[in-house]
Design a protein around this ligand. Structure first.
Ligand SMILES: C[S@@+](CC[C@H](N)C(=O)[O-])C[C@H]1O[C@@H](n2cnc3c(N)ncnc32)[C@H](O)[C@@H]1O
Length: 259
């Protein structure tokens, strides 16, 4: 990483490069918000780019900042694995982001209960929309702060089969967001063209949808992205909805049906 600090991340190499490049490309028109920062990996990649931008910048890192011992063992190598299953990782995130300490605000807690009052947002990285309700909350709370023609929205899990509410949400906002790039397997970045009004955000809600309505929206999203994103990615989402009727949480969608 440009700062010389290697911070562990769940992002792939290509996604890491995207985050760094987006940070480096800011114009100083708003904050950078990292929703789902875990131990600071995505934030570090954004910050190492922001530091090279020559522009005013500040990053807000949101997360529960808690980790199970299994996730800890996999992603926080170098720190002794605790025996308990609900461990505070905020001190580790602070340690990881110490090189940019004055440029970071940590926002620990439930994003689903968060309220954004920090003004315009130039980069919004979403890696915490692991259910339809929180995806709706993130859109309602953070999308109104995006800057038309400038802000980039990263939907980190956009093409994950277990998160069909993301394309179902974004296709309803197609007048407001231009898909810019698919990076690696699941990540898609969008340019904000215009700020969705409250009625557009209400119409884009996904937690209220029946399975049939959710699947119809996923089919519309497949058409929206036709020629760029292979249809089988959306077919996999439809298969997940069929296999898990009524389920709206990613971790439950990933289970084998019948278990
Ligand atoms: C895939 S991880 C993020 C990985 C991170 N971006 C990185 O670069 O390593 C998803 C994160 O979202 C957080 N998250 C999910 N739902 C949340 C919620 N409702 N409130 C706060 N954090 C949440 C989890 O705690 C987890 O750290």
């Amino acid at each position: 990483m440009a700062s010389g600090v290697v911070v562990p991340s769940m992002l792939s190499h290509e996604e890491s490069q995207l985050y760094h490049w987006l940070g480096r490309s800011v114009q100083g028109d708003g904050a950078t918000v990292d929703l789902g920062a875990f131990a600071g990996g995505s934030a570090a990649r954004l910050l190492s780019g922001l530091a090279l931008s020559g522009r005013q910048h500040h990053l807000f890192a949101y997360d529960h900042f808690r980790s199970s011992s299994a996730v800890w063992a996999k992603h926080l190598t170098g720190f002794p694995v605790p025996r308990t299953d609900d461990n505070d990782i905020l001190p580790i995130a602070r340690q990881h982001l110490a090189p940019w300490a004055g440029k970071v605000t940590f926002c620990p807690g439930d994003i689903a209960a968060s309220h954004w009052t920090g003004g315009p947002i130039e980069i919004l990285a979403v890696d915490a929309a692991k259910g339809s309700a929180i995806a709706d909350h993130i859109a309602a709370e953070f999308f109104p702060a995006l800057v038309p023609g400038r802000s980039i929205l990263i939907q980190q899990d956009y093409l994950m089969a277990a998160q069909p509410w993301l394309p179902a949400q974004m296709v309803m906002l197609a007048d407001h967001f231009l898909p810019l790039a698919k990076v690696d397997k699941d990540c898609v970045a969008f340019l904000c063209l215009s700020v969705p009004a409250p009625d557009a955000l209400a119409a884009a809600r996904t937690d209220v949808l029946t399975d049939g309505q959710l699947m119809q929206r996923v089919r519309s999203a497949a058409k929206w992205h036709d020629g760029v994103i292979p249809r089988d990615r959306f077919k996999a989402m439809l298969d997940k909805v069929r296999a898990h009727p009524g389920v709206r949480l990613a971790w439950q969608m990933r289970r084998d049906p019948g278990r």
